[in-house]
Design a protein around this ligand. Structure first.
Ligand code: BG6
Length: 472
């Protein structure tokens, strides 16, 4: 549908930007912090850095928050490192870790920036991992306890809470993002882990409603609609199946407290359905989100599977590159879409479709907690970074989000990835996303100096105009 005039963004729309603790903070063992699975990780692709120093935000957060304020951010989405708060995941609370996030929150609030706090972003405490990680049901209790500490400590400072970042990607692509553990996680184990994370999330949502007056909480999966490769009925069905496995399994559980029937049938058929203990269904039904956060980078396109033993169209496989599955769907390249330097298809219209679809299904306000373009940026001799490609990407997505608002989708905010350069999940620091350039290479830390990219000034203007500068 085309519109003669687009609806404006609400005056209190949360224009923000995002990061996650292990990708930006560094200081991996400072002030009592325990090791997370990301600190213990050894499977870095050749030539890419680990997370020990990252952007050194832990030591430079005041300078960074100052830059966020200059950028005009109304919200900052960040994650708390579980291992700073409870170093071994379920033992003593570390007061220095707790104090760090108080300082960060105070700095944000002093500048009128609304904190959006992710409780867990890919960095499970290694001590819990060694006890079985999410396969061990005790991790559900550890998460609930961690959640309680966060709610009690930060209730007065944080209104918007996110439970688990991209739970669906940890299940579908844990090997690429460093969360799969050593066992290689056969699928049955993965879907048991998934069940435990669902329980942990439901408990956290319930606790938030008890402990945080006016607190709002939601999940933060990576959601994108799946297109059928053609109008052939079998392709349409394959897309519906993959939509259920990739998207609705996670959101149905968060919002409706029950398993998506297609996803459940798929798990049963494959013999990977999780064991459900007495009382689980009640716990799952007891947690309800107040809003839905979602990360969006691209869409996926699939076709009907071919016969046994045939190509499933695997295209590598990470958060945005679907891997096909025999008997279910075949992953195909969408010839209508360009790709970025890392092979991810670029699809702003798919962003509008995704927002509409999610809102139609669940009727909860939406917050975009990631969207952005990873690219090889160049720092010029005069300290400028000309990242027109990032501006074009963001601008096209914001335009489609505005059309989605005109479609009737209730949007709370937009926090692109990322506020500042950080380390990507599996492609090092050279795959950059930030509005602020951090001067370091994979192994040469240089001075970690910050520079404003062209996208910084562009986003600053866009926020000032409440998102309408370039198109009214
Ligand atoms: C999301 C994650 O999957 O995508 C982020 O939540 C991640 O942690 C982002 O950095 C971009 O992916 P990548 O692999 O390019 O870092």
């Amino acid at each position: 549908m085309d519109y003669k005039q687009l609806a404006p963004f609400s005056p209190d729309f949360l224009w923000g930007a995002s990061t996650s603790a292990y990708q930006v903070e560094g200081a991996w063992d400072a002030d009592g912090k325990g090791r997370s699975v990301q600190d213990a990780r050894i499977n870095f692709p050749e030539g890419t850095t680990d997370y020990k120093v990252a952007a050194d935000h832990y030591h430079r957060f005041e300078e960074d928050v100052e830059l966020f304020a200059e950028l005009g951010l109304r919200a900052y989405r960040f994650s708390v490192a579980w291992t700073r708060i409870i170093p071994d995941g379920d033992g003593e609370v570390n007061p220095e870790g707790v104090a760090f996030y108080h300082r960060l929150l105070d700095a944000l609030l002093a500048r009128g920036i609304e904190p959006v706090l992710t409780m867990y972003h890919f960095d499970l405490p290694q001590a819990l991992q060694e006890k079985g990680g999410w396969s061990n049901r005790a991790t559900v209790d550890a998460f609930a306890r961690f959640a309680k500490v966060l709610f009690t400590e930060y209730a007065g400072k944080v209104r918007y809470w996110l439970t688990i970042n991209e739970q669906n990607m940890m299940i579908l692509h844990g090997a690429a993002i460093g969360t799969a553990g050593d066992s290689g996680d056969p699928q049955r184990e993965l879907y048991q882990q998934n069940h435990h994370m669902m329980l942990a999330q439901a408990e956290a949502m319930q606790l938030c409603h008890e402990l945080v007056p006016n607190g709002k909480i939601g999940p933060a999966p990576n959601i994108s609609v799946v297109y059928p490769a053609s109008a052939k009925p079998e392709d349409v069905l394959a897309a519906a199946d993959y939509n259920a496995i990739r998207n609705w399994l996670y959101l149905d559980m968060a919002c409706r407290g029950s398993y998506n029937p297609t996803a459940w049938a798929w798990m049963t058929e494959k013999g990977i359905a999780p064991e459900i203990a007495d009382g689980d269904l009640e716990i799952l039904a007891s947690g309800r989100p107040d809003f839905l956060a979602l990360n969006y980078y691209s869409t996926a396109t699939v076709a009907a599977p071919l016969g046994t033993g045939s190509d499933v169209g695997a295209m590598g496989g990470d958060q945005q590159l679907a891997v096909g599955e025999e008997g279910v769907y075949r992953s195909v390249r969408n010839e209508h879409l360009p790709v970025n330097e890392f092979g991810w298809e670029i699809d702003p219209v798919g962003f509008r479709s995704t927002l509409r679809e999610v809102y139609d299904r669940y009727r909860l306000p939406l917050m975009v907690t990631e969207n952005g373009l990873g690219a090889f940026d160049t720092l010029e001799a005069d300290g400028t970074v000309h990242d027109r490609y990032r501006i074009d990407y963001l601008d096209a997505h914001i335009e489609q989000m505005r059309i989605a608002v005109t479609d009737g989708v209730e949007m709370l905010g937009y926090c692109p990835w990322s506020a500042i350069d950080l380390i990507s999940t599996h492609q090092g620091v050279r795959k950059r996303y930030g509005f602020i350039y951090v001067d370091r290479d994979e192994f040469d830390l240089k001075e970690l100096k910050r520079y404003r990219k062209d996208s910084f000034f562009w986003y600053q203007q866009l926020i000032k105009a409440n998102g309408s500068a370039t198109r009214d």
